[in-house]
Structure formats: structure tokens, C-alpha cells
Ligand binder design. Structure first.
Ligand code: HH2
Length: 282
């Protein structure tokens, strides 16, 4: 499988790491650390050296309870760093935004992938990517970051979220976004209880069977903290364990803060899988 990302192709025969870079004061795990463009660039370079195939740059936190920022503020944080990253790094540059104007400006600056935690639910967002050849990550979120963790309910969580993602993918394709430009993401922690998150991980194969490559983001999230009773900065091992399970169950891209550790785990999964493939084991 491969993903078309503007003028580049990303080979997904082996699972890949998407490194997280938040240019925000309030992100749940790295908020405030990379507000200065020089530090953000250093961090991006480091993640690519550690093996990140994609760097995902975000300038608005979507953690539970977060209040959004307006377009101008988001662009002011994002653009200086994005322009440098696109000019310099030999990696896919992804922009984590749900605002159509930010999407368009990011694409004009050279971004290769648009990661929309709102799943391209607005017509303007669909049009922004349809007018380009960038890749898209379609994520599921129930509600808004400020209220999404207030008693989220599903009748059948896997079926509902899979149905939503396939519907969004169909709409993108109808607007002209080729299926080779689409990643799907169940959106761990976005309007989900712990039970929902664990069910989604256990049944990730149902998403992988959808025909689109699957991206997962569980890194340092409270679903890991709840299992291990650990604060954000101590969740590396648990996050790597979750990444390993996800890759084994078919995830093609793992969004992670701890790139080197996550990549080691994905290489182990790939080695086990290729050995099984060579022997023809299902
Ligand atoms: N999670 C976060 C942000 N963007 N995008 C996708 N596709 N999938 C995810 O699971 C996902 C995402 C939240 O993590 P982070 O960026 O570290 O925090 P914050 O939203 O507080 O900036």
C-alpha cells in the first residue's frame, strides 16, 4: 500500500511513524515546549533523524477541554515554522488543522498532508483538499474538544465509527480526492470512554479491512495513563505497547511523541510479519 502526498509517495508496506510537533502553549503533552520557531525546527529535525516518515505540525490544541484559537492566531504560530520545514526536511510534512483557510495556506506553503480531527465534515474543508493533490487524514471525533468527554455514547462503537469514516472517505472521493490520498483514524480519546478506546484498539482490524490505510494516535494519552496510573511524561512504555498492538492489528501509521522508541517497536512487528509472510502463515 502507498499514500500519495502531493508530489511524493509514502510507502506503507511497513508501518510508519508520524512524529508530533505542537506549536501551542497548551497541548496536553508538549504544550509550551516548541513555541519558539528555532526550538520547533530542532525538534522536527530530531524526529526525522530518529526515523519519523511524517512530521505532524499543529498550532491548536484539541485536548479534552481545550478552547479553540482563531484562524489568524493559528496561522501566525504555524506558517513561519511550516515554511522552513517544507523547504528543508526530507519527510512528509503534515498539518493538523480543521480550518479550511489554514488548510489552503498550508498547502500553498508546501504541506504534503492535511490531518483534520473533524474528519473533513465541512464542505469548505473538503474543497480545500480537493483543489490540491495532498494526502488527507480523516479522523473521527464525537462533539467538540471542549465537551467531547462528557458522557460519550455509542450503540456499537466500532460499527458507528467505521461507518462514519467510510462515509467521509466516500464524500472526499466524490469531490475528487483519490482513494490513494486517504488515511482513516478512529480518533482515540476524542469523545470516547476508556472502554470505547480499548474496544477500538482490540478491533482495529475492522478498520484496517476497510481498504484504506489506518492511522492511530494513542501516544501519551490518558487511555494509557488510566491503565498504568502514570502522568503524561511517564507514558512512553505504555504508548509503545499500544503502538505495537495497533501495528500488529494493521495500523499503517502511528502518531507518536517518542519517535525512536515507537519505530523500534514497529520494526519488530514488521520483521515478525515478513517472516510469517515468507512462510505463508496467515
Ligand atoms: N491526537 C491529537 C491531535 N491530533 N490527529 C490524529 N489524526 N489522530 C490523533 O489521535 C490525534 C490527532 C492529540 O494529541 P496532541 O497533538 O499531542 O495534543 P493536543 O491536541 O493537546 O495538541
Amino acid at each position: 500500500m502507498k499514500l500519495r502526498c502531493g508530489d511524493r509517495w509514502l510507502n506503507l508496506d511497513e508501518p510508519r511513524v508520524m512524529g508530533v510537533l505542537n506549536l501551542t502553549p497548551d497541548s496536553f503533552s508538549d504544550g509550551g515546549q516548541f513555541l519558539e520557531p528555532r526550538l520547533a525546527l530542532e525538534r522536527a529535525r530530531q524526529m526525522v533523524e530518529e526515523g519519523a516518515a511524517i512530521v505532524d505540525v499543529g498550532a491548536e490544541s484539541t485536548r479534552p477541554g481545550a478552547e479553540g484559537v482563531d484562524e489568524d492566531a493559528e496561522l501566525k504560530r504555524l506558517m513561519p515554522v511550516l515554511e522552513q520545514l517544507c523547504g528543508e526536511l526530507d519527510a512528509i510534512i503534515s498539518v493538523d488543522t480543521n480550518k479550511p483557510r489554514v488548510m489552503r495556506e498550508a498547502i500553498a506553503a508546501g504541506a504534503h498532508l492535511i490531518n483534520d480531527v473533524r474528519g473533513f465534515c465541512s464542505e469548505e474543508a473538503v474543497a480545500a483538499v480537493a483543489d490540491s493533490d495532498v494526502a488527507t487524514c480523516v479522523m473521527h471525533m464525537r462533539g467538540e474538544p471542549r465537551n467531547m468527554q462528557k458522557d460519550p455514547k455509542y450503540t456499537e462503537v466500532v460499527r458507528e465509527i467505521r461507518g462514519f469514516l467510510k462515509e467521509r472517505a466516500r464524500e472526499l472521493e466524490a469531490a475528487g480526492v483519490d482513494s490513494e490520498r486517504i488515511l482513516l483514524d478512529p480518533g482515540f480519546g476524542f469523545g470516547k470512554t476508556q472502554e470505547h478506546n480499548l474496544t477500538l484498539l482490540r478491533e482495529l482490524g475492522a478498520f484496517a479491512a476497510s481498504g484504506y490505510p489506518v492511522l492511530v494516535g494513542m501516544s501519551r494519552k490518558s487511555m494509557i495513563g488510566r491503565i498504568l496510573d502514570q502522568p503524561v511524561d511517564e507514558r512512553v512504555h505504555g504508548s509503545v505497547a499500544a503502538a505495537t498492538l495497533a501495528a500488529w492489528l494493521g495500523a499503517s501509521v502511528v502518531r507518536a511523541h517518542d519517535v525512536a522508541a515507537t519505530l523500534d517497536a514497529l520494526k519488530v512487528v514488521a520483521a515478525v510479519r515478513s517472516e510469517a509472510d515468507a512462510r505463508g502463515v496467515a
